[in-house]
Design a protein around this ligand. Structure first.
Ligand code: A2P
Length: 347
């Protein structure tokens, strides 16, 4: 995947790996992906808050006792995969980095820091070089990752001028409590009960909410701002991006309607051929067979799925795409572990 030189010296017995947020939705999938990809682990350390310290988390059929992050000494850890929220990352990632550990952080805490690499391995692996000094690497926002994987090969073909994206985001992006909230509300409504609203700003069951994260003064949400800023940091700072991010009652898998305007002609047929050849992408685009990517099929898989590729007849040099991926895998856990694989130079 990458020609970037290894960051951590080769260790024949494997590496010391810590998963911070091991009890969470992303942390659990990180463990699945580490096992599936046979990441070389000598010692695995499960960390979370004091709330779940002492409980057990399974990995490859063995139980590991969760330790309290606040009490943990990071000395000797090679790689820490953080997915425990922005505040936790702000406080603890520098402590792990100071101990010589490489931190791959899934929160938004470090993403827009100009000194920190924001990396999607298929798109900008060379940005990782920045991490040799500060040892912190940011994993982009889930919606950004799947979109830039699709944009990059097209941008290499003809430079992109502008992107207009609307998202249809699964509740799992907001963590385990959000998954429980959709399940609970669905049950309540099917049983003619009043739905209990705890995490989301409105009822999510049988509804569509045009708000993800909080609003800023300009009327955009922070999720929309992340998609705009992160896409420009990863791909190219002069691409114009506008976004509308929407939560839908889907458990796993984000979908995106993406309209792209290029600086010169690139038609849908060429785009389809380019995407079909690109790393990390599966094209499913057969309107005659009513075949296109959907969250139900993307959930539990690794690729970014692209379909509904068509010319935008309303605007020169423009096409439309439908982009779907498992937000917890490629959107979070898998991307982080692909970064960790570059750190130890596993192809
Ligand atoms: P815990 O289970 O102890 O609350 P999710 O995204 O599914 O909500 O998961 C968040 C993850 O982050 C959980 O593993 C959670 O652990 C962990 N976490 C949240 N706050 C902290 C904290 N202050 N210190 C360490 N881990 C935390």
């Amino acid at each position: 995947m990458s020609e970037v030189e290894r960051f951590i010296e080769q260790k024949s017995g494997g590496y010391v790996v810590a998963v911070v947020g091991a009890t969470g939705a992303v942390g659990q999938t990180m463990l699945d992906v580490l096992a599936e990809r046979k990441f070389p682990i000598a010692t695995l350390i499960m960390l979370a808050s004091s709330r779940s310290a002492g409980t057990a988390v399974a990995f490859k059929g063995r139980d590991y006792i969760v330790q309290d992050l606040a009490e943990f000494d990071p000395e000797g850890v090679d790689i820490a995969l953080f997915s425990a929220g922005g505040d936790t990352s702000l406080e603890y990632a520098p402590r792990f980095a100071a101990a010589g550990c490489y931190v791959v952080d899934n929160s938004s805490a470090w993403r827009m820091d100009p000194e920190v690499a924001l990396v999607v391995p298929e798109v900008n692996p060379h940005a990782l070089e920045m991490a040799r000094e500060n040892h912190i690497i940011a994993n982009p926002n889930c919606s950004t990752i799947q979109m830039v994987v699709a944009l990059k090969p097209l941008h290499d073909e003809v430079a992109i001028a502008r992107v207009v994206v609307s998202t249809y985001q699964a509740v799992s992006g907001a963590g385990n409590r959000a998954i429980e909230e959709l399940a609970k509300q669905t049950g309540q409504l099917l049983n003619s009960q009043e739905p209990s609203i705890e995490l989301f700003p409105a009822r999510i069951a049988f509804n569509v909410i045009p708000q993800i994260d909080s609003f800023m003064d300009d009327g955009y949400t922070k999720e929309e701002r992340k998609m705009i800023d992160e896409t420009r940091k990863i791909l190219e700072s002069d691409i114009a991006v506008t976004a509308t991010t929407v939560r839908v009652p889907v458990f796993y898998g984000h979908s995106e309607s993406v309209n792209i305007t290029f600086t010169a002609p690139l038609d849908a047929a060429t785009a389809r051929a380019v995407l079909a050849d690109a790393e990390g992408i599966c094209v499913v685009d057969a309107p005659a067979l009513e075949d296109y990517p959907m969250a139900t099929e993307a959930a539990g898989t690794d690729p970014v799925w692209v379909g509904r590729i068509r010319d935008d007849m309303s605007c020169p040099n423009s096409i439309n795409l439908w982009v779907v991926a498992d937000n917890i895998r490629k959107g979070a856990a898998l991307n982080a572990i692909q970064i960790a694989e570059i750190l130890i130079s596993v192809e």
